[in-house]
Write a protein that binds this ligand. Structure first.
Ligand code: GLC
Length: 494
């Protein structure tokens, strides 16, 4: 056989194997309907079930004690701190009362050892947070250290907590890589407050605890010029805040009468005080942990069971969020190698580049370069994989890798549309006003930077139960700085 013929046949074999994988990542309109219906049912169930503990497997649907939304007229100077999956941010926020704000911030990358080392304690983590807070105050507001006045701080804590009031909540479980055992069941506000005081900042009071999705939602409500009393003309209602970044999650307003899990006394008090709605942190990363309906490939099972820090939990997140997209691709590539159809120059698995063998070493950012590569011979892809993974590729391999990348990102975006369609359906938001247009405040690296992610969500929304007519009424807006401003807004009302 000629060299060319052998070459073509090898490509055909690889191509066939890749097509099978892509097929397993495809979501049909029927599946989107099935998942959306199940999401609505899971929301209803979650609102009724009281238990918020590490063993609970349903949709958490956590009441946040936020009972109103800002309209853009709020004023004040507040502090905010935000512990996410990758960074810790401290900010001072000045709300100017006209949908505008100014913000000073200090962002620190969370040290690897706090994420990776199994022996890390709560005191080490919260001690670090307090030291970074002090560094921020020293740099931007040294005058506060002499203050006798109390300064309010809103704490965005982007992990599942069982919230018992606006300013207290105990950690149910870590997600996004943290593993610190002695934080479980502890009140994270008290921990942070204790360490702020130990660092000589008793004047800072942590008065509000907010999930990042709640922060994003509130900050979008504040910033949206379409919202509230300051503008005339069409009002487009902000209906939810969501994050598609390292993790994924969403928050929306639910009728208090539907939140059956709230203690009866609390529910009555709120209703008597004239409150009608409360913001719910859905923790949709945990949707369908029992895998009754979620599409599941062997790669999803391996990532969850062998490589993740919380096996059996947050299974929706493991198919959607930025932390996992690269890891899914890595698992697929290693599997194709084992099948003998790709990277054939390596004689054994041990000989593969170290980064291809190391869990979570293939970053989702690499996928975002490959997704839109239209260079000749896919040279951009070649460079990106070579630089990030030290992995040389042939043109044929790159064609196939691009197909895989697009299948993985499309599944992620299609799944991302499910909770959005479900919340719009459950709240009947699209039929409330004359035109029924709604705004969704989104934040996170994937929705902000992954090429085409928002349009893929839109395609899926059109295929979902809300249909093309519903999809046209949805505005997916990027809510920049969502969690900082949102936490400040929470602190303002506390
Ligand atoms: C994870 C956390 C959740 C957070 C989300 C986005 O899913 O459990 O609380 O909102 O990541 O950061």
């Amino acid at each position: 056989m000629s060299f060319d013929k052998v070459h073509q046949e090898k490509h055909a074999v690889l191509s066939k194997a890749v097509d099978e994988v892509c097929e397993a990542f495809t979501l049909t309109s029927e599946k989107l309907h099935e998942l959306t219906d199940f999401f609505v049912a899971s929301m209803e169930k979650g609102l009724g079930e009281e238990k918020e503990d590490a063993e609970y497997r349903g949709l958490p649907m956590i009441p946040t004690y936020v009972t109103g939304l800002p309209n853009g007229t709020e004023n004040g100077m507040l502090l905010a701190a935000d512990l996410g999956g990758t960074n810790f941010r401290v900010c001072s926020v000045e709300l100017q009362g006209n949908h505008k704000f100014s913000l000073l911030q200090m962002k620190s990358k969370i040290p690897e050892e706090l994420l990776e080392d199994d022996s890390v304690t709560s005191d080490q983590l919260f001690g670090y947070l307090a030291r970074r807070t002090l560094a921020f105050i020293n740099k931007h507001h040294p005058e506060y250290l002499q203050n006798k006045e109390k300064l309010k701080l809103g704490f965005t804590f982007s992990y599942p907590v069982d919230q018992t009031s606006l300013s207290s909540g105990t950690l149910i479980r870590w997600t996004k890589g943290f593993k610190i055992k002695d934080t479980l069941g502890e009140d994270v506000v008290q921990l942070y407050q204790k360490h702020l005081e130990a660092q000589g900042m008793p004047m800072i009071r942590v008065v509000a605890l907010a999930n990042d999705t709640v922060g994003t939602f509130l900050s979008h409500c504040y910033c949206s010029e379409n919202n509230g009393s300051l503008t005339s003309g069409e009002i487009v209602e902000p209906v939810m805040g969501c994050i598609f970044g390292t993790g994924t999650n969403g928050a929306y307003m639910e009728k208090i009468e539907n939140i059956k899990k709230l203690p009866e006394k609390v529910r009555q008090e709120l209703l008597q005080a004239g409150k009608t709605h409360m913001c719910i942190n859905t923790e949709w990363g945990s949707f369908d942990n029992d895998l009754k309906h979620l599409p599941t490939t062997r790669y999803d099972i391996d990532i969850d069971q062998k490589f993740s820090s919380n096996p059996g939990f947050h299974l929706f997140e493991k198919r959607v969020s930025g932390m996992f997209l690269g890891e899914i691709l890595r698992n697929v590539l290693v599997d194709l190698y084992r099948k003998g159809v790709i990277f054939r120059q390596y004689p054994s698995e041990e000989a593969l580049p170290h980064r291809l063998r190391t869990p979570f070493d293939l970053s989702s950012e690499v996928l975002s370069h490959i997704e839109i590569d239209d260079s000749s011979q896919l040279r951009e892809t070649e460079l990106s994989i070579l630089q990030s993974m030290r992995l040389p590729t042939t043109h044929e391999e790159r064609i196939e890798i691009q197909k895989l990348v697009r299948a993985i990102s499309r599944r992620s975006a299609y799944l991302a549309a499910v909770p959005i369609a479900a919340i719009l359906t459950k709240t009947d938001a699209l039929n409330k006003r004359y035109h029924g247009e709604v705004e969704i405040g989104c934040d996170g690296s994937v929705v902000e930077y992954y090429p085409g992610f928002r349009s893929m969500i839109r395609h899926a929304l059109a295929l979902s139960p809300i249909g093309p007519e519903g999809e046209r009424k949805v505005h997916l807006c990027i809510a920049k700085d969502g969690s900082g401003v949102g936490a400040a807004l929470c602190a303002l009302v506390a």
